[in-house]
Structures are given as C-alpha cells and as structure tokens.
Ligand binder design. Structure first.
Ligand SMILES: *Cc1c(COP(=O)(O)O)cnc(C)c1O
Length: 433
C-alpha cells in the first residue's frame, strides 16, 4: 500500500482520503472529480507559519503562491490563516478580491504585467508589485504619479542558480525570462534607476529559483548571492534592504522514490545561515518572505475517475482509459510529471497488470501516467484515484475537446461540500455568439 500521502488509508480493499471513502464520493458527485482536503491545506500552511515565526520572527510572512490552485474558497482559507498571497494575473486578483481578501497582503508578480494589470493592481490597492524589469517600474511610476500615490515594490532578481530540477521548473538561471540578472550588473543599475522615482518605494528584493526543489543547499546558495547583492546596494546607494522574498519551490512527493523534505528543519537551517551571513556582511536582517504554492496544496488534492475501455495489445502494451485526462491534468503531457495512481475499490489486490493510464482526449499524448501497475481485474466502472493533484491541476485545466471542467469538492473534518461547481454544457457555450 502506497504511503505517498499522510491523508490516505485503506480499509477493506477501499481507498480513503481524509477519512472519506473515495468510491462513496464518486457515487455522490460523479467523476471526474477533484477532491481537496482542507485539513491538510491548513496543516501545510501551519508548518510554514510556525517555522517562519520561530526562526525568522514576527516580521516574517508566508505568501501562498495562488497560481498553484486558485478559486474563491482557497483565498478564504488564506485570509482566515492570516497569510499573504502571490498573484500573477488580474484574474487571480479579481478572484481574491471577490472573497474579500485583504489585498494589502498581496504581491503581484509576472514577468510581463500589462498596463491593465498595473492599473488594476494600483486601483485595488495591491500591497506590492514584484517588478521584473525597468519597463514595468516606469509604468507603475507613471500611473502612481497620476494618483499622487506611492507604491511599494520588490524587484525580482535572477541570482544565477541552477536548482538541478526539470528545465521547465528552473527560473533562477541568468538566461531566464524572469527577473533582472545580478551577474551582468543590470540589477545594480536597475536599483539606481528605481531609487530616483518619487512614487515608488523600493522595499527589497525577490527571487524564485525554481520548483520541485529538494537539493540540500539551494536556498543557502541563493541567499549567499542575494545577501551579497544587498550588501553591495548598501555600499553603492546606502540602501537598506527591508524585505527579502526567497520565492517558493519546495518539493513534494508524487511517487515513493521522491525524497521526504523536512520543511521545519530546512527553514531553521536557512534562518541560521541568513542571520550569520547578514552579520558577516554587516547588513540588517531583512523581513523574510517565502511563497510556497505546491507544498501547500499538492498533497491536499486527489483526482478521481471512472475506468472505461481497457485495451490490450498482446506483445506490445496495454491501456486503461478514464473519463478525464490532459484537460483536467496536463502535467504529464507538459513535462512528464510523475503520479501515484490507484484503483480505489481494489486496493488490496496484487498489482500484476502494467498499462498506461490515458485520458479521453484526441491526442496520443493525453497520458496521466505511463507504466502504471494495476490489479489484473481492472475493468470498466472501477474508480481510479490519482494522488497529489492539488497543485497545478485544476489551475491548469482546459476545455480541450469541449470537456467541461470537473467540480472541486472540499473535505473538511466530517463534511464534504462543493467549492467549485462542475461546468455544464451551457457554461461551455456561454461566451459563444
Ligand atoms: C510559481 C511560483 C511560486 C510557487 O512555486 P511552488 O513550486 O509552487 O512552491 C512562488 N513564487 C513565484 C514568483 C512563482 O512564480
């Protein structure tokens, strides 16, 4: 039995997720269906919250990177937990605003904010822009000047760090599309330009080096470069960096072979490193920000499907088809992401049948996972559960093949309730003229 998530267990051949029998939820709501475990989301938040408070002090704050999973109820949880949020678009801002989220705790990212994004953010009193480049800063300055308003910003820098994860998951290398490079001297001159602008209040610096990070010292190596830069900026401009935002990226386990991360321990070590380095460089210790997305919601999610066709090609390979696929989970199609897949109503049977778990879209690349071991009795109407789908699944879903997006059901204590309704056919054509 898989031990991939803390919130799953097996009783009498049946899979349970946060104490709910998965096949009961499939009967009640239909499939495909996204399940989310609110208890788990809050536990994950609290791992960060308490570690940040214990090791970085009261000035530290967690920002949930809401692109990992964005719908109204998620922002309500973040508001209740009193954490900040990252936004990467005006659509995310609108969603957060509609729940009454306090946008002074919102950080507006993106490597290419449009003029609309910038005006919309300012109009809605977003706490911070995390500006990627001088063009954006100039537009923020121009718009704030019109309103005679001063806007807080962080500058996104590229520290030139290789996280040794997937190419698509790397964002901190010098040649990245994100941020301004430190090594080329561009970051230092950018700071000089920004400090001259009367309607911009530069609070500090941001970086985000990648995702699915497990490697031991990535955040220390990143901090060495960032803090070195803070010290340089102090020498050149007399500027004290008040905030240091190290981004997100801590890895989660999708399959048994993924390592286990101890977030608390990692943050303690990082805090020790930052404090001693600041002392060595004789700079103030900035207020610390961390922006986890995946590690807050990934293991709080599970997607369930109904098995349809089983195709066996003797001497070649086998397929198990389900009633969802790349439209609700494009991550294998995009970058070969790993997942643990289970037959929820046959959990104790031996796994002796190898097949690709594939979707119903008209693409050969519509695969959830290759080479999955199933019980050989797997057949039409069985329920397949794919674990750890809380991050970058619902938020990346599409209507490809005009498939309506599935509902999201939240599980909290002994209650299950819909937080995003399933799309209807009518929803599919609502904007068609
Ligand atoms: C995507 C992103 C994050 C979150 O990354 P995770 O791997 O989901 O933790 C944080 N900060 C920024 C700027 C991002 O783009």
């Amino acid at each position: 039995m898989s031990t991939i998530c803390k919130n799953i267990k097996v009783i009498d051949n049946e899979l349970y997720f946060n104490n709910f029998k998965v096949t009961d939820l499939a009967k009640k709501y239909g499939t495909p269906l996204y399940l989310m475990d609110e208890n788990r989301i809050r536990e994950n938040i609290n791992i960060y919250k308490s570690a940040l408070k214990n090791y970085f002090g009261d000035s530290a704050m967690m920002l949930y990177a809401s692109k990992a999973c964005s719908f109204k109820y998620i922002y309500k949880i973040m508001q209740e937990e009193n954490v900040g949020i990252d936004l990467v678009s005006s659509g995310e801002l609108y969603t957060a605003k509609k729940t009454g989220f306090d946008l002074s705790k919102a950080y507006f990212h993106s490597n290419n904010k449009t003029d609309f994004d910038i005006s919309y953010g300012i109009e809605n009193n977003v706490g911070y822009f995390v500006a990627d480049n001088i063009e954006e800063v100039n537009v923020i300055e121009r718009e704030c000047a019109k309103l005679d308003k001063v806007q807080k910003i962080l500058l996104r820098l590229t520290p030139g760090i290789d996280t040794h994860t997937y190419e698509a998951d790397q964002t901190g290398k010098i040649d990245s599309k994100f941020g301004t490079a430190i090594e080329t001297g561009q970051a230092l001159s950018l700071v000089g330009d920004v400090l001259k602008l009367p309607h911009i209040k530069l609070m500090g610096f941001h970086c985000h080096v990648g995702s699915q990070v497990f490697e031991e010292d990535v955040y220390e190596r990143t901090s060495e470069i960032m803090l070195g830069f803070f010290s340089k900026v102090k020498d050149v401009y007399g500027f004290d960096t008040l905030e240091y935002d190290i981004g997100g990226g801590l890895g989660v386990r999708y399959v048994e072979s993924d390592s286990v991360l101890n977030i608390d321990k990692k943050l303690k070590e990082l805090s020790d490193y930052i404090k001693s380095k600041c002392k060595e460089l004789n700079i103030i210790v900035p207020a610390f920000r961390m922006e986890p997305g995946r590690s807050i919601v990934a293991d709080a999610g599970m997607t369930i499907y109904t098995v349809g066709t089983i195709k066996k090609i003797p001497g070649y390979k086998n397929y198990v088809s389900i009633d969802g696929g790349m439209a609700d989970n494009p991550r294998f199609a995009l970058y070969g992401a790993n997942y643990t897949c289970m037959v929820a109503n046959k959990m104790n049977e031996p796994l002796d049948f190898k097949a690709d778990l594939v979707g119903r879209c008209c693409e050969s690349g519509d695969i959830i996972q290759k080479d999955v071991m199933f019980p050989s009795s797997v057949k039409r109407y069985d329920i397949v559960a794919v674990a750890t789908t809380g991050a970058y699944n619902y938020s990346m879903a599409s209507n490809y093949n005009r498939l309506p997006r599935p509902a999201v059901v939240m599980l909290k204590d002994d209650k299950d309730f819909i937080v995003v309704k399933a799309e209807t056919f009518e929803n599919l054509i609502q904007n068609d003229v």
